[in-house]
Design a protein. Sequence first.
Length: 131
Amino acid sequence: MLLLDTCVLIFDALAPDKLSKRAAAELATGRVSGTLASSDITLWEIAMLAARGRISVKQDVAGLIRDIVLANRLTVIPISPEIANLAADDLLFPHKDPADRIIAATALTRNAPLITCDSLLTGIAGLKTIW
């Protein structure tokens, strides 16, 4: 399983040239093998970015999110008690972004590499990141 950060799904859908070569290759391989996943909070984050005008979409946001899930054959992982508990650990997560904490905690509890461009996530102990 490869967990995809919000930035990766947005870049892939709206600006694929912003993906690193390695991230694009891992996405292509993951699509074929059906091993791509995201945290459920990632879907909310995409909607929030669109609602706040931080990303521009040409279709309704729910449709965009559905298309992203289908195109990537994504497994959407819900927030479990273990993910919630780990995400609350201030020693493990020095930054305060709750969505990032949940995404990283999801990757850690699933022992899955996280494809991300977010440099704040690359320093989390035990988290394997790809970019």
